[in-house]
Write a protein that binds this ligand. Structure first.
Ligand SMILES: [Zn+2]
Length: 413
């Protein structure tokens, strides 16, 4: 392939990527606006008009911000690639006297650090303007700064050795280096899943074991009924950062934990919490976690095999604005430009995710109570100001969870 042909393909893909996302976002905003005046039929007895309108306004504000981010993202990607950003960063590090391995590591670390730095103004706006306006923000400036600082330290401590190892393997393992990198990458992912709840998450939040009482008894009974073993039930102080509530599972093997946001515990009744937990258990019982891990492993293997080939093609570098081919530049280009070419897979992954949500709901209805889950979902939708009327196409493309009305209709049937 020639350099100019690949550049043209890249620009066309980026145009399509940006265009489709902007089009979906606009559809979504129109749809939500046109349904703002009336609570959907199925919810008239459950949700008041002002709550429905707050959800619409919140969705509109989030989606306008998303549109800005889509455009900025495209500009930033162009600046890094064809604009010569990566070439500039490379020449900066090449003038240092570092060995190839450490030069590559420093280049990639500084790229990731710069990418997150560029993201900070948006993140400030989202937290202190948008979330604040709708009453969800609980993050203080101090927490915000310390979060950024900790994330940066983690990038250095965990990122540096991992990047150096990957670059070393690429350099020393011959044609099939990508199989080695894949093994390391997959192993690292599993290690992180195992280590995250015990070592990383506590750097950002406090996790307290759920106190003895009727709620704990009810949860324990559910776990016994489902034959599920975990390494504890915890309450996380999510309210330190946000008013949004959630519940999740984390960890792997013996290190599995059940985590409830304090905000969720405050707003749901015992029966509703049990139903939400039963849904989460459903994800384990229906093997969704394992399926996710396996499909990610297959995708990363395909991706790395592709990179193994691209790395030997000159147009891959020159077509994306990099004049000097190197292992680290190939990795950087691959990581930042790949989403432009693979984004049409996104709706497929969303579809699978929604299928899993239905299965987990069905499991919850079996071992707990469908009505309690419906009540919990309605409360969570209302409290998180999630719209009940997303644009169907936007939702099909992006949403990992089915629209409220569809989900509740499934539970009711
Ligand atoms: Zn779920």
């Amino acid at each position: 392939m020639s350099t100019s042909l690949f550049t043209t393909l890249f620009i066309a893909a980026l145009g399509l990527y940006t265009g489709i996302q902007l089009w979906l976002a606009s559809r979504h905003m129109k749809y939500v606006t046109s349904h703002r005046d009336r609570v959907p039929e199925a919810f008239t007895s459950k949700i008041k008009l002002d709550a429905h309108q707050k959800a619409a306004d919140y969705t509109l504000a989030k989606t306008s911000l998303e549109r800005i981010e889509i455009v900025l993202g495209a500009i930033i990607l162009l600046a890094w690639t064809l604009g010569g950003g990566l070439e500039w960063l490379d020449s900066l590090w090449r003038s240092s006297q570092l060995s190839t391995l450490w030069l590559g590591t420093a280049y990639l670390l500084s790229l990731f650090a710069l990418l997150s730095l560029i993201d900070i103004p948006m993140s400030i706006y989202r937290t202190f303007v948008l979330e604040e306006k709708f009453g969800f923000n609980r993050t203080t400036v101090k927490t915000f700064i310390s979060d950024q600082f900790k994330q940066f330290l983690l990038l250095i401590i965990i990122g540096a050795p991992l990047i150096a190892l990957v670059l070393w393997l690429m350099d020393n393992m011959g044609t099939y280096w990508w199989l080695w990198v894949w093994a390391v990458w997959t192993g690292f992912g599993l290690l992180m899943m195992w280590a995250y709840p015990a070592f990383i998450a506590p750097l950002f939040n406090k996790f307290n074991p759920l106190e003895e009482g009727s709620l704990k008894q009810c949860i324990q009974d559910l776990l016994t009924r489902c034959g599920f073993k975990s390494n504890g039930i915890f309450i996380v102080d999510g309210s330190r950062r946000s008013g949004h509530g959630n519940a999740y599972f984390t960890g792997l093997g013996q290190n599995k934990r059940i985590v409830f946001f304090d905000t969720l515990i405050e707003s749901l009744s015992t029966d509703e919490i049990e139903a939400v937990l039963a849904h989460e258990l459903g994800h384990f019982k229906r093997r969704h976690i394992i399926k996710r891990i396996i499909s990610m492993a297959i995708f990363s293997l395909a991706g790395l095999a592709l990179l193994g080939w691209l790395i030997t093609q000159n147009w891959f570098y020159t077509g994306l604005g990099v004049n000097t081919a190197s292992l680290h530049a190939a990795l950087a280009l691959f990581l930042i430009a790949l989403p432009v070419f693979t984004f049409l897979l996104h709706p497929v992954s969303s579809w699978f995710s929604r299928k899993h949500e239905f299965e987990a709901d069905a499991y919850a209805a079996e071992v707990s109570n469908a009505d309690s889950l419906v009540h919990a979902l309605v409360k969570l939708y209302e409290e998180n100001a999630n719209t009940l009327t997303p644009d169907p196409l936007y939702s099909a493309f992006h949403d990992s969870h089915p629209p409220a009305a569809v989900r509740i209709a499934h539970l009711a049937s």
